[in-house]
Design a protein around this ligand. Structure first.
Ligand code: GLU
Length: 482
């Protein structure tokens, strides 16, 4: 079956990674079948619309490569369509006008001891077109300020199927006659959502678990309209790393990781934190989908191929930033040197000053294995660009200052050796056995001097690239300081 799936965020704030994952699963299900992915902006609640949120949603999807085939389609521009469908429901008594004032509703709530439900039991006591005479109703409609509520039938079991959770049933007594048209003339989420999914010929509705409780209402609306309902998938929550509760911006801030794909106001997104879009997409796919193989690294194309809707998990998926970094690492190390250079403006200009394109690429290939984020590119390149700014004092204490001095002094006194890695290695070994210094400590001393700590790529490779002159400068520099 060729699917049409839509991502339907409300622009009430920036797009959180939970939403991004929903968009991704929609995209995968649509593309797997050769179908379309549609972006619909559910902006019927103007009071809650945040300026810039729609742009943030679109920027995020674009950066991630989740290109939509249709949209953005704004619900705020489709009012006549919803009005038409609401009129149909009213005509068939499947919806009704309700005129109750906030005070009347509050009184009803109080009288019922707090658990008031506007439903088949209470609606006869309230001011609506089902309880009032035709004349009174007409009069009240003229006055304006009414809402429209959908009619939920009495004592009915509503059976629904969620593709993730299976068969579910709800008793209509648990439901309310929800408002479907607000007093400002705008439809509510439930109505606009169902009408649009039908109008747009959506075949699969893939959304967050928080909407599962709306499913019986939606299912009833499909029935009221006489429409066939799409398939529903309610995705499990993304949980905070401690596992208890939904991941929020606050948890993410506390744990020191982003929660948006791209930046929002002052908050960095994964992009600004040095993630590749490939890495983030891959990690999010693994959250909530039980990949049954050992393979961890997937491109978007591969995901389209291997993702199975039947493998969506029922239970919440815990967000694990370390794992996200690991997946990002797998992608970064697979990129060409050229692409990695292009991901860091600083790296590309600084490498350009000192090295040829070929050398620059050779250097980047040496550090690929060591990257978790694109920010690590600059960090890892510094050894090829400048002298260490500082030296790791723990390493100095561990090896011993005198030993370091002796090793460096030996190199300083034999500058010709530095240009010849083979000879340098041999002489250092001989020097070590004569002075009773282990070869390990000799290499560590040299690394400390060239890099500033014990990390970095192969030492002789570093010397070869920075050149014997620069290596000697660094040796002299630390010999003077130690
Ligand atoms: N507008 C809803 C949201 O913001 C969409 C829910 C749905 O996909 O049906 O999540």
């Amino acid at each position: 079956m060729i699917e049409r799936a839509r991502f339907a965020p409300s622009p009430t704030g920036p797009l959180h990674i939970g939403g991004v994952r929903t968009a991704l699963f929609n995209y995968l299900i649509a593309k797997k079948s050769g179908g379309d992915f549609i972006l619909r902006i559910e902006d019927t609640d103007s009071k809650r619309t945040i300026p810039g949120a729609e742009k943030h949603i679109i920027d995020s999807l674009k950066w991630l490569g989740l290109d939509f085939d249709e949209g953005p389609i704004n619900q705020s521009e489709r009012q006549p369509l919803y009005k038409k469908q609401i009129n149909f429901l009213i005509k068939n008594r499947l919806a009704y006008y309700a005129f109750d004032t906030p005070t009347e509703l509050e009184e009803a709530r109080k009288a019922s001891g707090g658990d008031f439900k506007y439903n088949f039991k209470s609606r006869v006591e309230m001011a609506n077109s089902l309880s009032l005479t035709e004349e009174e109703t007409k009069e009240r409609i003229k006055r304006g300020g009414f809402v429209v509520r959908m009619t939920v039938p009495e004592n009915t079991t509503i059976k629904v199927v969620d593709q993730v959770r299976g068969n579910l049933s709800f008793n209509s007594e648990e439901l309310e006659d929800k408002i479907i048209l607000k007093s400002d003339g705008m439809p509510t989420y439930h109505l606009a959502n169902v009408v649009d999914d039908h109008e747009m010929r959506i075949t699969s509705v893939i959304r967050g678990e928080e909407w599962l409780s709306s499913l019986p209402l939606h299912s009833l609306l499909y029935k009221h309209f006489g429409w066939e309902s799409p398939k529903f998938y309610h995705l499990p929550l993304i949980l905070k790393s401690s596992g208890a509760g939904k991941l929020s911006k606050r948890d993410a801030d506390e744990q020191g990781h982003p929660v948006f794909a791209v930046k929002w106001e002052e908050s960095k997104g994964f992009k600004e934190a040095g993630f590749s879009s490939e890495g983030l997409v891959n990690y999010l796919a693994l959250l909530g989908w039980s990949n049954s193989t050992e393979k961890e690294k997937y491109s978007l194309e591969e995901l389209i191929d291997v993702f199975r809707e039947t493998e969506i998990n029922k239970s919440g998926a815990r967000f694990d930033y370390k794992k996200a970094l690991w997946i990002n690492h797998l992608h970064l190390k697979g990129f060409t040197a050229k692409k990695l250079i292009s991901l860091s403006e600083q790296a590309s200009s600084q490498l350009n000053e000192k090295y040829s394109i070929q050398q620059s690429e050779e250097i980047v290939n040496l550090i690929k294995e060591r990257l978790n984020t694109t920010h690590d590119i600059d960090k890892e390149l510094s050894v090829f660009l400048r002298q260490p700014k500082e030296y790791d004092s723990n390493v100095i204490e561990k090896i011993n200052r005198e030993v370091i001095y002796d090793v460096l002094n030996f190199c300083k006194l034999n500058p010709a050796l530095i240009a010849n890695p083979g000879a340098l290695k041999e002489s250092l070994m001989a020097f070590g056995s004569k002075e009773n210094i282990s070869f390990g400590n000799i290499m560590k001393s040299l690394r400390l001097c060239l890099v500033g700590n014990l990390s970095g790529p192969d030492l002789f490779k570093i010397i070869q690239i920075i050149g014997p002159e620069e290596a000697l400068n660094r040796i002299k520099s630390l010999t003077n300081k130690i």
